[in-house]
Design a protein around this ligand. Structure first.
Ligand code: MN
Length: 420
């Protein structure tokens, strides 16, 4: 696969995140205008709500893009997804006979405000990164027990909160919570001092289901992917998650990148699963290339200071594909809905600069990380600005995700205000 040229010239630059090969879906607005569905192409956004209203895009009898989220299209299933992608590719390709009609529907991305692209139905967070699981296990249970005994047999996860998912650019406020330090016999209610990020890939369920899905069917049901930062309060987590999973430690916020990169756009970047230490049970076994080769990067900028790259890794570090996560999620008969969001779990590689959380980068705070500004970090400080970015690298083009950014705001002085 090579670059597919577009008449939108900015889309043809080799370092552009949004060439014609990509066509990711988002929701945008300008000024006080209502948010519209849009497609990123180069440095422009094609206003799809407008394109549908004037009949240039007509996939179904009922409108699909008159609401400011992509769930109505996602509910239609893979045939309609493919029809939309083909129509958009034809409209925006170099030499398109409809260039003049379409030109008026392009708006500059600069100055546009990006909104949540979907209504998140439910949010589940997995733990499918092997090095992350092994690092965390080694820190808390010792190197010999790094991976829990179930880990090589199924993707471990917990049910999170859809209400906490927010779009890139939205700040996150440092949470208060119950914290129990080793030095004290009792917990205290305090602002988190070990607030962290987690570099993850989010998968978005398109087709709903009501019963167990095979891995192949699960793969077919996934509409697309976003970058995801699962903000995590490690001190709250350490006290509350005994014996159940994360609860308030993960409920403050989860940020996602604003553009849904479709499974179709990522198809050339599918890769085989990693070698399996133990064979997976048949219902979770690999049945084709369902992992992806996506380069990932995290930068951290202290309040108003230049950014330092603190992590570079790749989604190939995931042991389980999103399809296997979704298949496992459904084994109990758990219904899955359009707009369900599945976080992959933190993605870390084998070496220190490939670690996708500060918990790992600073090894539980014992080995502070040095930034290029001269600052050091064990965990996030107030004012820190985190940016997750990612792209699949093709020949002369890339499939980019756009940034997943967020700034840490200081904890409230009094989280309960004047409630009495
Ligand atoms: Mn997570």
């Amino acid at each position: 696969m090579s670059l597919q040229p577009s008449w939108v010239s900015s889309a043809n630059a080799p370092d552009c995140d949004f060439p014609l090969n990509n066509l990711p879906y988002g929701v945008f607005s300008h000024g006080d205008d209502d948010p519209h569905c849009g497609v990123a192409i180069g440095d422009q956004i094609l206003d799809l709500t407008e394109a549908e209203a004037c009949g240039i895009v007509a996939l179904t009898d009922e409108p699909l893009f008159d609401l400011p989220f992509w769930n109505p299209l996602m509910e239609q299933g893979p045939a309609v997804w493919a029809a939309l992608r083909a129509r958009l590719a034809a409209l925006l390709a170099k030499g398109s006979s409809e260039q003049e009609r379409i030109a008026d529907l392009l708006v500059p991305m600069a100055g546009a405000r990006l909104h949540m692209p979907i209504m998140v139905s439910e949010y589940t967070d997995f733990y499918a990164g092997r090095h992350h699981a092994a690092n965390v296990g080694a820190m808390f249970r010792g190197a010999e027990n790094a991976l829990p005994p179930n880990w090589l047999h199924m993707p471990i996860g917990y049910n999170g909160r859809a209400s906490s998912v927010q779009v890139s650019g939205t700040p996150v406020r440092r949470p208060w919570g119950q914290i129990k330090s080793a030095r004290h016999d009792s917990p205290a209610f305090l602002p988190s001092r070990r607030f962290d990020f987690e570099l993850e890939l989010g998968a978005i369920v398109g087709t709903p289901s009501d019963g167990p899905l095979s891995v192949q069917r699960a793969d077919d049901a996934i509409f697309g992917y976003v970058l995801l930062n699962d903000w995590s309060a490690r001190d709250i987590q350490g006290w509350e998650a005994q014996p159940l999973g994360p609860f308030q430690a993960k409920a403050t916020a989860t940020s996602i990148s604003p553009w849904i990169v479709t499974s179709a756009a990522l198809a050339p970047f599918r890769r085989a699963a990693p070698a399996r230490d133990v064979a997976l049970l048949a219902h979770l076994d690999d049945c084709g290339p369902m992992h992806y080769d996506i380069d990932l990067c995290v930068t951290l900028a202290p309040d108003g200071q230049p950014a330092t790259t603190i992590c570079r890794t790749n989604t190939r570090e995931l042991y389980y594909s999103a399809a296997q996560q979704l298949a496992h999620h459904s084994t109990s008969g758990c219904p899955m809905n359009t707009g369900d969001l599945l976080g992959s779990g933190t993605i870390s590689g084998a070496t220190r600069p490939e670690r996708g959380s500060l918990l790992e980068l600073s090894w539980g705070g014992q080995e502070p990380l040095s930034l290029e500004t001269g600052h050091t970090r064990r965990f996030l400080e107030d004012g820190d600005h985190l940016v997750l970015s990612g792209a699949a690298q093709g020949k002369g083009y890339r499939i980019g995700f756009g940034d997943c950014a967020g700034t840490v705001l200081p904890a409230l002085d009094d989280p309960f205000g004047d409630q009495g």
